[in-house]
Write a protein that binds this ligand. Structure first.
Ligand code: NAG
Ligand code: NAG
Length: 476
């Protein structure tokens, strides 16, 4: 390991982006940096801090990194206000919240960073900012205080490339895609992609506050000193190579604890049900795990067709049916008591669970997933083939990687609409071996690549990043 030597210790200021899928790799990155001898100040938004505490069985641990620190890592933990009361309903007031995130939050970050930089111990450190690519405040702060900035991208390089080349896509009339289905091949590092596989934010002409945040983020990332990406170089070789031509870009993924499951830092926004006892009653590889992640929404029709499809398939299933997946009202029961009585012991339905714990269970034989990037990385690690039902954002594009490029999963729907008969058929194909045999081999291959990278290219790239970072301090 390349430990850093210098009279001033490198000190990362990390203010996390407030979505579950971003928090997980960001926490892992903090631990990784600290394990390499970097001092870290890790900051959650106050409401996230409270939500994580609420979700824990043991809520006495309010300094989330105390265990990590006891094991010798130099990580300080604190929180910052986003300008709203903790109990403010951010998802219901997304527009108001997004605007404030864009316009007012940077001032709060400015004050916060200013305080750290002017603290009495500041002369012992070389500070740098590590922020999610979607954090729109970084450039302003970095320029004001002249600090080195690192942009962390938590999704695949393919998705990064498409956003990065937005101007080119617009110039060619492919964004917004507007229902177009055309193969394009002019994005550096992307051999071919159909416009239908673009992220949802490139599909329509509509422009929400989320569009604005993403587009600004990708304007600003072009001035970032370093970009680190939670992907594996060998899995996205051409895309990564092409991005490196423009800026210092490092594939360091999957950023995770060494065995994927050890985890000393609370990070779940929802309470996790323990499914171990139920899984114990099922034979190896017999259970389909179903989850659409922490954020995506869909309509009731989709949930009902999937429910009936699961029933028809006669395959065992463990279904994470997150409250609020259909509406904003957490208490809405989508599935009737009648359905639950009908499935008896074929299925277990829970509001949320520890996904790594479930995927690592030998009873699990398949994963019906929304194609969130963390889910895909975890599925590869535990060698669980996927059935893909992407809902929005990068999930649409991630599906292409899983099904078309890596061939480690199949589509839930080949057409535009979902039907219970097709759901049942696809589940039987994936879980029944047979036609899906090739998938298992490809999955083993992908896992092999990932495992090798953990102690190979990703580790080397991480060390190179730290070396280049240190060189940058000397130049300043
Ligand atoms: C990063 O820092 C450089 C100066 O080193 C600055 O010009 C740039 O705007 C900053 N970019 C971001 C995204 O913070
Ligand atoms: C990683 O590679 C190094 C050098 O090849 C080796 O000494 C070490 O045991 C490996 N670690 C793991 C976790 O495989």
């Amino acid at each position: 390991m390349a430990e850093i030597e210098s009279s001033r210790k490198p000190h990362a200021i990390m203010i996390s982006f407030h979505l579950q899928g971003h928090i997980i790799p960001f926490v892992n990155l903090a631990i990784k940096l600290a394990s390499k001898g970097v001092t870290v100040t890790f900051v959650h938004l106050e409401f996230i801090h409270h939500q994580i505490i609420k979700s824990q069985y043991d809520s006495t641990q309010v300094d989330f990194f105390s265990e990590a620190r006891n094991s010798g890592l130099d990580i300080h933990y604190t929180t910052i206000s986003d300008g709203f009361p903790v109990e403010f309903d951010r998802s219901r007031n997304l527009d108001q919240y997004g605007k404030s995130f864009l316009l007012d939050f940077p001032t709060l970050v400015d004050e916060f960073v200013g305080k750290i930089l002017h603290s009495h111990s500041s002369s012992s450190y070389n500070y740098f900012l590590v922020a999610d690519t979607l954090c729109v405040w970084t450039a302003k702060i970095a320029r004001k205080y002249h600090i080195v900035n690192v942009s962390f991208w938590t999704e695949p390089a393919l998705v990064f490339s498409l956003y990065y080349h937005l101007d080119l896509l617009r110039k060619n009339g492919h964004v917004p895609a507007n229902g177009l289905q055309e193969n394009i091949n002019y994005i550096p590092g992307i051999q071919s992609i159909n416009t239908k596989d673009f992220m949802s934010y490139l599909q329509g002409p509509e422009s929400t506050i989320i569009h604005t945040i993403i587009f600004i983020g990708f304007e600003e990332v072009k001035s970032a000193d370093f970009i680190i990406c939670n992907t594996v170089q060998e899995l996205e070789a051409e895309a990564v190579l092409a991005l490196k031509e423009n800026q210092p870009f490092y594939a360091i993924g999957p950023i995770c604890p060494t065995d994927f499951s050890t985890n000393t830092v609370p990070r779940s926004l929802l309470s996790e049900s323990d499914c171990t006892e139920w899984l114990k009653t099922k034979s190896p590889g017999s259970v389909l795990y179903v989850s659409f992640g922490s954020l995506a929404k869909t309509d009731e029709h989709v949930i009902l067709e999937i429910a009936e499809g699961l029933f028809l398939s006669e395959v065992n299933f463990l279904w994470v049916l997150r409250p609020g997946i259909v509406s904003y009202d957490d208490d809405d029961e989508i599935l009737t008591v009648g359905f639950k009585n009908r499935i008896k012991d074929q299925g277990l339905i829970v509001p949320w669970c520890n996904q790594n714990l479930v995927l690592s269970n030998p009873a699990i034989g398949g994963f019906l997933t929304h194609c969130g990037w963390n889910s895909i990385l975890e599925s590869i690690w535990w060698r669980v083939p996927m059935i893909c039902y992407p809902l929005f954002t990068d999930q649409i594009t991630n599906r292409k990687l899983v099904v078309d490029d890596w061939k480690i999963g199949i589509n839930l729907c080949d057409g535009l609409s979902i039907s219970r008969e097709e759901v049942a058929e696809k589940i039987k194909i994936l879980m029944g071996g047979g036609k899906s045999n090739g998938i298992k081999e490809e999955m083993n291959r992908a896992r092999e690549i990932m495992q090798t990278a953990l102690n190979g290219s990703s580790e080397r790239n991480f060390d190179q990043f730290l070396k280049d970072l240190t060189a940058k301090f000397l130049k300043k």
